[in-house]
Design a protein around this ligand. Structure first.
Ligand code: SAH
Length: 349
């Protein structure tokens, strides 16, 4: 009989599974505690279950811990993890310590199908979606590595992949992360970042609107965006903005607009004015991301003064705008630099 991946189950599914095995209903909570609070590596360690229950579990279910291949630490304390999955695929996750909280950036796919021109992950192409457990295990493995006194409080779905093209698995991972019997994180401390998959944004509005939404906009005309973000041809700016206007956001739950600053491409004062117009009346926070350059990159970072001018145009129009300096640049852990392939990974340094 095929064994199920137990960490891909949300609490409801775990309860049903426990019932199916003929165990008492309260066992589901106990098992969840072993999996997510004590984070054991085998069913045998679940010592408050009977021997028979443990045998049943190991017969019908399995655990797929990630294999940690490499950890690198940046001079700013950021840690980049390279993991190997059961099928040999590789993904990266990034731990970002802040003064009063710790953030984990997780991957949702092996590679990425979006193909954004300035992003290194795109260059590896797309291999497959991650399962819910492969997403959740990134949290478990990194938390184990950094130690319990550096509790990960925030999770951003901003690693490799396009989360809204793996909606069901991402949704389940969020359920596991926020269930009080499971990882018990606060929904508001989870952010999902999308390149602008309109049907995915609409589904988020209905099914996951307590987590934060971030949209990688990067341009103010379809002409420039078609080039930078090829998926714009499918979901053009106007449709994305319309989806954001339908989205249940307010000033306590703002939508984040991400905008990577590329010299001479999308960083004119006109762009800033257009951006201000586009988001007018929407509860947004704009993050201006300095471009992280790499050898052979077809773009140059916008000079600092221009980023500040751009920011000022937005503030003058009452739009909250922040400059987001990337962390972990010296270990290629910064935005858009995560890669699946070893050879290419080395080349970036
Ligand atoms: N696919 C999702 C999740 C990835 S988030 C999305 O696009 O939102 C990673 C963020 O880093 C995106 O906003 C992406 O556009 C940005 N990024 C990619 N390459 C970058 C680079 N070289 N420098 C700065 N930001 C980059």
């Amino acid at each position: 009989m095929e064994r199920v991946d137990i960490k891909s189950m949300n609490m409801q599914e775990l309860k049903e599974f426990v019932k199916e095995l003929g165990l008492e209903p309260y066992r589901a909570k106990q098992i969840a505690q072993w999996l997510y609070k004590k984070r054991v590596g085998s069913f045998d360690e679940m010592t408050n279950l009977s021997k028979e229950a443990r045998r049943l579990l190991s017969e019908r279910a399995e655990l797929h811990p990630l294999k940690l291949v490499k950890v690198e630490e940046s001079s700013d304390g950021t840690r980049k993890y390279l993991f190997e999955l059961k099928d040999g695929s590789r993904i990266e996750s990034v731990f970002i310590p802040e003064k009063s909280w710790n953030t984990l950036c997780v991957s949702t796919q092996v590679g990425c199908p979006a193909g954004c021109k300035f992003c290194l992950t795109a260059k590896d192409g797309f291999t497959r979606n991650l399962t819910p457990s492969e997403i959740v295990e990134q949290y478990i493995a990194v938390q184990r590595d950094v130690g319990e006194d550096r509790r990960i409080s925030n999770v951003v779905f901003m690693g490799m992949g396009e989360p809204l093209l793996n909606f069901d698995n991402v949704k389940k991972a969020v359920e596991i992360m926020t269930d009080k019997n499971m990882l018990d994180l606060s929904t508001r401390k989870i952010t999902i970042s999308t390149v602008g998959i309109v049907p995915g944004i609409d589904r988020m509005a209905k099914e996951m609107n307590k987590v934060k939404l971030a949209v990688s906009l990067h341009a103010t005309t379809d002409e420039v965006r078609d080039y930078l973000v090829p998926l714009n041809k499918k979901y053009p700016i106007k449709e994305i903005m319309a989806a954001l206007r339908r989205y249940p956001a307010d000033n306590t739950r703002r939508i984040m607009i991400e905008y990577v600053m590329l010299s001479g491409v999308n960083d004119s004062i006109e762009d800033a004015k257009r951006l201000a117009k586009m988001v007018k009346g929407l509860p947004v926070k704009v993050n201006l991301i300095p471009f992280n350059p790499y050898p052979g990159a077809p773009f140059k970072p916008t000079p600092r003064e221009r980023i500040e001018e751009f920011q000022k145009v937005l503030w003058d129009r009452n739009i909250a705008a922040f400059i987001r300096d990337s962390r972990g640049q010296d270990i290629s852990a910064a935005c858009g630099m995560l890669r699946t392939k070893e050879k290419e990974r080395e080349l970036v340094k």
